[in-house]
Design a protein around this ligand. Structure first.
Ligand code: ATP
Length: 235
């Protein structure tokens, strides 16, 4: 679904990504793990087509076998690339339902999720549909942010640290939500520092260090090395 080949990116003269190659297959959840400053945000920006205003890039990005390297962000979105930001981007003054009614439907990607389907998959959103965004818990906001992207018909979700700052119970709920998303056939690339969570929800993991992919790990490897990885990440 997503293929990145020898992607490099610079801020002026400073190189932030060094020949990153990775892939996320259809229906997979893959995490990208790395310490602060490793280049995770830069990689996400490159995938969304947003790095151009910061500096140059080389290498290629393909979505569903189509080279999207030169495409503007809105054209990538139309091809089914969805982004769930770390602050969740919920409109605080709008109700849950209004938040869900806002996104444009993209053509030629996944079947866009109807409101009915969203409410069936995420019952708490139905219960709270008249509530303003501010009245939702962190987990419910995350649910709304994901549901809103699914409404566009996105087939690949880029999720930036969905568990950051949330309690263990809510983290567990987010795991369940991501499993629902995966069961619906949506592919996910997740930035995640919580490697314990990553090993319960994802299929595979990439470790990014100083702008390079230094390791590709499966869940058993992450579980065996959980303490070492947490120490390395400074958590
Ligand atoms: P964090 O978890 O702290 O957000 P990260 O893994 O997302 O870290 P990036 O933000 O992608 O890392 O940063 C990668 C490198 O690029 C770092 O050395 C950082 O200092 C540099 N960098 C990031 N943004 C800019 C910018 N706007 N201008 C110059 N250098 C930048």
């Amino acid at each position: 679904m997503l293929r990145v080949d020898r992607l490099s990116a610079w801020y002026g003269e400073a190189q932030a990504l060094r020949e990153v190659s990775m892939r996320v297959d259809e229906g997979e959840i893959v995490t990208l793990v790395g310490r602060n400053g490793a280049g995770k945000t830069t990689l996400l920006r490159c995938l969304m087509g947003l790095h151009g205003s910061y500096g140059r890039t080389t290498g290629t990005v393909s979505l569903a076998d189509e080279d999207i390297t030169g495409l503007a962000p809105h054209r990538r979105a139309r091809r089914g690339l969805g982004f769930v930001p770390d602050d969740r981007g919920v409109y605080a003054t709008l109700s849950v339902e209004e938040n869900l009614l806002l996104p444009p439907v993209t053509k030629g990607s996944q079947e866009p999720w109807s409101l009915k389907r969203v409410y069936e998959t995420f019952p708490p959103l139905r219960e709270r549909r008249r509530f303003p965004g501010t009245k939702l818990s962190g987990g419910e906001q995350q649910m709304l942010a994901l549901a809103r992207v699914l409404r566009t018909g996105a087939r690949l979700l880029l999720c930036d640290e969905p568990t950051e700052g949330l309690s263990p119970l809510i983290v567990q709920q987010i795991g369940e939500i991501l499993r629902e998303v995966k069961a619906a056939g949506v592919t996910v690339l997740l930035i995640e520092q919580n490697v314990h969570f990553a090993a319960t929800v994802a299929d595979r993991h990439y470790l990014l260090a100083e702008g390079r992919i230094v390791e590709s790990l499966d869940n058993d490897q992450v579980r065996e090395r959980e303490h070492e990885l947490l120490e390395y990440l400074g958590i």
